[in-house]
Design a binder for this molecule. Structure first.
Ligand code: AMP
Length: 396
């Protein structure tokens, strides 16, 4: 892997694409700085080698050019505190001021550029814009896994201007290494747990997992399209009519390939989509009209737990039920606990995608699994088997 550890940055001006897309409150205070702290090892490595760092990132989704609300200036003080130095700021990510500030950098200095997405050229992957950014530095490091699935100017196109002078930062390297541990060289048995709301969102992942997994556990709202495709009664549960055929194909392909698909035998059914709904534990294929399955049931938890504890590699994406409501969180919580238990017994457990990461954090189990990925969409595309532009650009 083209990894930051293999380079020395003495006297180099290093352009680092970071993901500083942090949440801010109405006073522009950072409410969760984990994306910034995650990038510190890469920044510190450059500085400790005797180089200077030019940081570039997006923040939020500015629609029409510059807007104070999306300014990276709001991150300056906190970043300066974390790095224990005075970070400089370029009010425009390209142009004369940015060039001058970049030229003036001495070893150990850090320059933060204004929001890249103030230019629509960033998301368009504009080559001229990428070239202007590239001129600011003499080495390129990509450490923004969260945007690695986008062919934006700063995440992919820019790498063309740094042949032989580009690499992955620590976050990127760790994400790739862990995702590969699951998808390319899993210790077997390998179980993938796929949950969440809809079949349509996860179909490509499930199809790709059929090539590598030994077991696929299915939970969450998508369960019911599978159950109905098999002839079950699902009441008012989430259902995607247009995916019925596809779910049948998945089931038959799994059979051909010897992949075991596990669906929840029972469900917690509710008479409305609300925490105070009347609930009943029912067989997942016999849900009454007027009721909808909002969590997996006790028997399903037991079945899934058994498969999980017998696995050596486990990937989890998507909750088992509507875990945001306490009445329907138990399935997701028990699966998270089973993953923690499997990790303690030496299995490799990777949690990826926004909602499963949020769930594991809700149950305070983030530190009890092997790895929680930071990249929602990027990780999902990786699991779908796609080549991510941000990764390809460094490898080319
Ligand atoms: P996703 O983003 O596809 O991983 O879906 C996550 C969302 O699916 C969460 O907000 C859950 O509340 C929701 N969800 C999980 N299980 C169900 C279910 N049985 N019925 C409806 N929504 C569900």
């Amino acid at each position: 892997m083209n990894f930051i550890e293999h380079y020395n940055f003495k006297n180099k001006k290093v352009l680092i694409r970071v993901d500083f897309n942090v949440p801010l409150n109405s006073d522009f205070q950072i409410t969760d700085d984990s994306r910034i702290t995650a990038a510190l090892p890469t920044i510190r490595k450059v500085l400790q080698d005797g180089g200077s760092a030019i940081l570039m990132s997006h923040l939020g989704r500015p629609k029409e050019g510059p807007a104070d609300k999306f300014s990276l200036r709001h991150l300056m003080d906190h970043l300066s505190t974390l790095l224990n130095l005075k970070v400089r700021f370029a009010e425009d990510c390209i142009g004369d001021q940015a060039s001058k500030l970049a030229q003036e950098l001495n070893p150990g200095d850090v320059l933060l550029l204004e929001n890249l997405r103030f230019y629509k050229e960033e998301e368009k992957g504009d080559r001229n814009f990428a070239e202007k950014l590239a001129k600011l530095g003499d080495f390129y490091v990509n450490d923004a896994f969260g945007t690695a699935h986008r062919a934006h100017a700063s995440t992919a196109i820019i790498a063309d201007f740094f042949k032989g002078h580009k690499c992955f930062g620590y976050i990127m390297a760790k994400e790739i290494e862990n995702a590969d541990k699951v998808m390319k060289s899993p210790q077997r048995p390998f179980t993938a747990i796929v949950g969440g709301a809809k079949v349509s969102d996860k179909i490509l992942i499930i199809e790709n997992l059929l090539q590598v997994a030994d077991h696929i556990i299915i939970g969450g709202g998508m369960t019911y399209t599978f159950i109905k495709a098999m002839g079950g009664k699902i009441g008012n549960s989430l259902f995607e009519e247009e995916r019925v055929q596809l779910t049948r194909e998945i089931l038959s392909r799994a059979k051909e390939k010897g992949v075991q698909i596990h669906l929840p035998t029972d469900s917690v059914a509710a008479d409305k989509f609300a925490n105070d709904a009347r609930t009943a534990n029912t067989s997942s294929d016999d849900i009454e009209e007027g009721y909808m399955g909002l969590d997996i049931g006790e028997k399903a938890i037991e079945d899934f737990r058994k498969v999980i504890l017998e696995s050596k590699t486990i990937l989890w994406n998507g909750p088992m039920g509507v875990f945001e409501m306490s009445s329907f969180e138990n399935g997701t919580k028990q699966i998270a606990l089973a993953l923690a238990e499997a990790t303690r017994s030496g299995s490799f457990t990777l949690i990826g995608g926004g909602d499963s990461a949020a769930a594991i954090s809700k149950f305070n189990l983030t530190g009890d699994v092997s790895y929680v990925s930071t990249g929602g969409g990027a990780l999902l595309e990786y699991f779908e088997g796609k080549e991510l532009p941000g990764i390809k650009a460094i490898n080319d």
